[in-house]
Write a protein that binds this ligand. Sequence first.
Ligand SMILES: *Cc1c(COP(=O)(O)O)cnc(C)c1O
Length: 224
Amino acid sequence: MINITENLKSVTDDLKEGVRLVAISKFHPAENILEAYQAGQRVFGESHVQELVAKQQTLPDDIEWHFIGHLQTNKVKYIAPFISLIHAVDTPKLMWEIDKQGQKNNRVLHCLLELHIATEETKYGFSYDELISFLESGEWKSMNHVSVDGLMCMATNTDDEDQIRGEFHLAKSIFDEVKQRFFAEVPSFQELSMGMSHDYHLAMEEGSTLIRVGSKIFGERVYA
Ligand SMILES: *Cc1c(COP(=O)(O)O)cnc(C)c1O
């Protein structure tokens, strides 16, 4: 039996100062989320728009929903009214759409830019060079309904701890550089989202501020 309350506690007990937990509830039913909610968790992350919208409609209003997956441009409109943080903005085009939907909903949408750091080819995100040239272009400055709150990344899916640590270390140094060069006067640029069930301890040691932990809390996901 999975004990969500106990699992949650074991993760929150480990949180370093300044680190927040995003409980990743994708593919888990609403009643499991409610159990974590009743144990005190308020921040949840989902990676599929339809699933997120359905859960948001049935679960308590004071949940802070984060979108953590690859977001298709044509789906931003469904989450724009309520989303608290979009973790994985990976193209300027997506960011412009977020700005447009923020405007329509009369709110500023908070997001993180996804940095591609892992060795896998398949993962989304800006390379270092793409990120710097996008930020240098300054085009994001005219997006009045987007707040860039930081960076997000995923490490390579490997058991090699040195490699994972090295990737997180690199992400933190890029975060610091970007903060200094482009967001020195922007206090809200402060989040570095990295770390999942198998690597969140390493991520916290390397400077993560948001960890995204799913299976360690809710158990293995069952894919329909
Ligand atoms: C599913 C997912 C997680 C959580 O993964 P676990 O290994 O279950 O902790 C974190 N981040 C992203 C982007 C995910 O898609």
